[in-house]
Each structure stands twice: as structure tokens, then as C-alpha cells.
Design a protein around this ligand. Sequence first.
Ligand code: NDP
Length: 250
Amino acid sequence: MIKAPLDYAPKADALKGLTILITGAGDGIGRVAAYTFAKHGATVILLGRTEEKLEITYDEIVKNGFPEPVIVKLDLATLDDTQANELAAMIESEFGTLDGILHNASLLGRRSPIENFPPETWTKVMQVNLNAAFFLTRALLPLMHTSKNPSIVFTSSSVGRKARAHWGVYGVSKFATEGLAMTLADELEEVSRVRVNTLNPGATRTQMRSAAYPAENPADVASPHDLMPTYLYLFDEVSLGVSGQQFNAQ
Ligand code: NDP
């Protein structure tokens, strides 16, 4: 596993001219990543299920004079191939090409032993954390092959790399995410510039973290801002050719 350069300091306009889709851009790490990418010059496509939250991200970006983002309200719990293809058609007509995808949105679901795990929670979390990422990647890849700096980042977790009891569908979905990313990276290695990597943010101060660790003092964990050097590195052209790797952001 790789620790990206944690002190990586990109140029102010490192992502200028890039179009990057971020799922779950209305809260937590996704919101900070969207803002940070826009600050470094990218046009960000803000995908999420809660419009008001996406609008807050949008407003922060516009208020600071960064490139105007696009809001895409989509619920990944019901996303299918047709919706993913419609999104691809929209991006193609608006931008012609797509340079990056940050698969960030996820659900924690319930933490309980597999033996007692509620099937409906299992199915929903697999849909949001894994299937939706597959549908989006499949539909959007054709738009990325023509990019000069294409990068796909799948968000993983430590429980998606080493199994831990009672993390249930969340951990399993992250193992599957690692599998999807590594399979895709291997397929593209010789035939496309698209690089594909996974990124484990590590313990980070968000809603998801406080749901998983309610007794923890949020001040003891990293802020999403602390992770951004690694996120920027993976979309900056300095990481061109780096693919099939498992990164840690802390
Ligand atoms: P948050 O819960 O804070 O944010 C998750 C985002 O995903 C929200 O914007 C949420 O939207 C969105 N989302 C959830 N379900 C859907 C859906 N059905 N359709 C569209 N969007 C959806 O999580 P974090 O920021 O903490 O996590 C970001 C990523 O990092 C996740 O992949 C997580 O697994 C991973 N991670 C986080 C760690 C941490 O300590 N925080 C540690 C390891 C990994 P809405 O706001 O509308 O609910």
C-alpha cells in the first residue's frame, strides 16, 4: 500500500481545464474535495442525492470565483444503467470529454454480524457503494479515453483491505470496490491512459465517522482538508501512469 506524498504541494492551477465528477459532493470528504478541486482550476460535477447540500457546495465554489460547477441530483440507491447513460450523454454534450471521477459517496449501513445482517440493508449498501460506481464507470469511461489526464479514484477503507468483524456490508462493499478498481486498472493498463487507483481516507471528521464512532471526540480525528494533498496528487498530471495502486491519505 502506498502513502501518496502527504506533503504534496500542487501548483495553484494544477487542475485547470479538467472536468471531474465527484459523487457525494454535498457533505463530508466529497464536499471538501469538490471545493479543493475547483480551487485548483477544475470544473466539478457535483453528484448527490440532497439538492440543498449540493447547492451549498456550489455556492461556496462560485462565491470564491472558481469555475462554475454543475449540479447533478441523483440517488445512487436507485441509479441504473439507463440513468448512468443519460448522465454520460449530458456530460458529453456539455464538455465533450471527462477527465476524472472521484467515487466518494457511500453508506455505512448497519454494523452487525453477517449471521444477523438485515438483507434489505445489505442490498441497498451494495447498490450505493458498489453497483452505482460500476454503472457510472461503465457509462463514463468512453468519455475519458480521449482525455490527456484521465484519473478514476475509488474510495476504499481500511475494512475493505483487512476484514474486521461486524463491519458487515460496508466492509464487504469496500473489498468489492478494491476488486472492481484493480480489475479495471489491469484491463486498461496497455490500452488506455485512464489510471485507476483506490484511496483509503483514514479516520476523518465527518457524519459517517461520528455515526461509526459516536463516543469519539471529533477533534481527535483528521479534517477532510488534511487529506487533500493526496486527492490532488491523484488527479494532477504528476500521477499520470500511476495505476492499480492502493493509496492511503494519512
Ligand atoms: P459522509 O457520510 O459524510 O458523506 C457521504 C456522502 O455520500 C454524502 O454527501 C451523502 O449524501 C452521499 N450519499 C450517500 N448515499 C447516497 C446516495 N444514495 N446517492 C447519492 N449520494 C449519496 O461520508 P464521508 O465523507 O465520511 O465518506 C466519504 C467516503 O470516504 C466514503 O466512501 C467512505 O466510505 C470513505 N471513508 C470515510 C472514512 C471516514 O473516517 N470518514 C474512513 C474510511 C473511508 P447526503 O449528504 O445527501 O446524505
